[in-house]
Design a protein around this ligand. Structure first.
Ligand code: AMP
Length: 145
């Protein structure tokens, strides 16, 4: 299984925000779309950063409520780990586990094409394991009769 299989199942919608958007507006975007992270992009295609609810929590703990007036660029992560549609799902699971992040933008030729979350990956793996279990069960029961 590759990331392209995950994208086929979940779709390729990606929510982006510009780096000069303030954190207050970012909170509204996260709440509106019921998501935990967005890609930061000046043009909607380049990946300039990623910002998640964890960045907001950390900045609030460090600097207090004034954070909500700061631009997203102040709290985002600039060194973004990305993948491509060809990346194997198991490889990305390992990247997410070791990097301790739950979102990875998918890029092709430096252009953002999708985003996958740990939830999308888990759903894909569970589906795959269920198919494997069903075929093993049917193999065992047919061999027994
Ligand atoms: P998350 O688990 O995705 O909510 O993110 C946890 C932390 O990792 C936050 O500081 C994010 O900005 C950062 N982060 C999230 N996704 C990535 C990524 N793909 N590459 C690098 N950092 C990331």
């Amino acid at each position: 299984m590759r990331i392209s299989d995950v994208i086929r199942a979940k779709g390729n919608a990606v929510v982006t925000v510009p780096p000069d958007m303030d954190v207050r507006a970012l909170l509204a975007v996260l709440a509106e779309h019921r998501i935990g992270a967005v890609v930061v992009s000046t043009d909607g295609s380049s990946v300039d950063g990623i910002v998640s609810e964890r960045d907001i929590v950390r900045a609030l703990a460090d600097r207090g409520a004034t954070v909500i007036s700061e631009p997203v660029s102040e709290i985002m992560t600039s060194e973004v780990q990305t993948c491509t549609p060809q990346t194997p799902v198991v490889e990305l699971m390992s990247v997410m586990t070791h990097g301790r992040f739950r979102h990875v933008p998918v890029v092709v030729n430096d252009q953002l094409v999708a985003i996958v979350s740990i939830g999308d990956i888990v759903k894909n793996r569970v589906g795959e394991l269920e198919i494997e279990r069903d075929s093993l069960t049917s193999y065992i029961t047919s061999a027994a009769t």
